[in-house]
Design a protein around this ligand. Structure first.
Ligand code: RAT
Ligand code: ZN
Length: 418
């Protein structure tokens, strides 16, 4: 074994390993190119990312109403965001800096401030080749999409067996089923499941299990997923508990698929903002722990949106073998919080968690989300390895690579295989 004896070689090896190790991106909102306009990419999509739309209204004059903004076409929206969030106010926020990182990585100098030149460059890209280029720049082996079997626009592509590159894997998104079962009945009936009553009778639960199993057979997802609000508790007398207990968890156990819970989103607080209108709140981690304990044969993945919940979640991750903690989600995907949360998780969980997912909605965002995470992870990890070195331990480069791959997807894959 090639042991590293001096501290500066150790720090350098850690930094190189963080840069070189392929990551698995376990949660995105990307789609295969064959799904047409569902796959967002390019400059105007980057600029109209909902994280930036949310920032726009804080910066823009009050004459800009939500209605006026949505009445613009995508190009005009992008130009407005560019003017307000980059030219009239400096790009210091994480979402704005992300755009700069993407441009630079693609060789498009942000200092030129030339939207039209960049648009011309993007218009020359062929999406299939561009997808490969982005995955290389982000250094990702494969990514996991979010596939909603209750959304007509998505469903059609799967029913028509459109091709999907191997590096894009599926996850079955079931929020609408868990939170708005009644509202899902029309779509279920279009899919041939018309015998679903308005009440969750035993027959309905059985039908829903068959429906979900059918989608598992069609999509071969790596997990099922839902985001839940701060008001979510478990158990209770409501439909979400019944659906978890009698449909989702038993089926997940039977198929050996984890259930991913993303906790703490307060949906549509400002409805006129669309995706940008969601906020966050504290989650009930004790409910998550009860759910894991109630379904010991079911595996759960979890992430939380509130910074203060991160510690309680990490502690829960130490206790429950069927719970795997992942990513710095959405409002937590900012450098200061990634740094704090990653350090805390390393201290409580060792390498037994998944350090990050991108949540990319626009293909190009994979580049910045992963570059920024790697920059922060390199600092935090170098510090932790140096601490162990100072305490007398000696590492080999192979051990460092092993550990970092675990954090970047290896632990997730082990958890799937359990
Ligand atoms: O991060 C986001 O883009 C959010 O809008 C949500 O999509 C969130 O990540 C989710 O998956 O619910
Ligand atoms: Zn997401």
């Amino acid at each position: 074994m090639n042991i590293i004896d001096d501290a500066s070689t150790l720090a350098q090896t850690v930094r190189q390993a963080v840069a070189a190790t392929k990551a698995t991106d376990i949660h995105t909102h990307l789609f295969p190119p064959s799904h047409g306009s569902l796959l967002l990419w390019g400059l105007d999509e980057l600029l109209t990312y909902h994280y930036l739309v949310a920032e726009l209204f804080g910066a823009a004059p009050s004459e800009l109403t939500h209605e006026k903004f949505w009445a613009l076409d995508k190009k005009q929206q992008a130009e407005l965001i560019w003017r307000q969030l980059f030219l009239d106010h400096s790009p210091l926020s994480e979402a704005r800096q992300g755009v700069l990182t993407v441009l630079t990585a693609l060789g498009l100098d942000p200092a030129r401030r030339d939207l039209n030149a960049w648009r011309a460059w993007f218009s020359r890209q062929k999406v299939e080749d561009y997808l490969d280029r982005v995955l290389e720049l982000a250094n990702i082996d494969y990514l996991i999409m979010t596939n909603n079997p209750l959304l007509e626009a998505e469903v059609q592509h799967w029913l028509n067996n459109r091709p999907c590159p191997k590096r894009l894997r599926t996850a079955l998104r079931i929020d609408s089923l868990l939170l708005n079962f009644a509202g899902s009945r029309a779509q279920l009936s279009r899919q041939g499941f018309s015998s679903v009553d308005a009440e969750l009778t035993a027959k309905t639960l059985e039908t829903l299990r068959r429906w979900l199993a059918g989608w598992i057979d069609r999509l071969h997802p790596l997990y099922m997923a839902a985001s839940l609000g701060p008001d979510w508790t478990y158990p209770n007398a409501g439909e979400t508990t019944q659906l978890l207990d009698h449909v989702v968890c038993p089926l997940a156990a039977e198929r050996n698929l984890p259930v991913a819970l993303m906790l703490g989103v307060r949906k549509a607080v400002i409805p006129a903002l669309g995706d940008a209108g969601d906020a966050e709140g504290r989650s009930d981690i004790a409910s998550l722990m009860r759910l894991c304990a109630q379904h010991p044969q079911t595996k759960f993945l979890a992430t939380v949106l509130d910074r203060a919940d991160q510690h309680e979640l990490a502690v829960a991750g130490r206790k429950l073998r069927n719970l795997h903690i992942f990513g710095c989600w959405w409002f937590c995907n900012t450098p200061s919080i990634i740094e704090e949360v990653t350090r805390m998780r390393l201290e409580l969980l060792g390498t037994n968690f998944t350090l990050q997912h991108s949540d990319a909605r626009v293909l190009d965002q994979l580049i910045y989300k992963w570059l920024h995470t790697r920059r922060i992870a390199a600092d935090v990890l170098a510090e932790k390895y140096l601490d162990a070195h100072a305490a007398g331990w000696r590492f080999s480069a192979a051990e460092i690579h092993r550990d970092i791959r675990r954090l970047f997807g290896g632990a997730f894959e082990e958890f799937l295989a359990k």
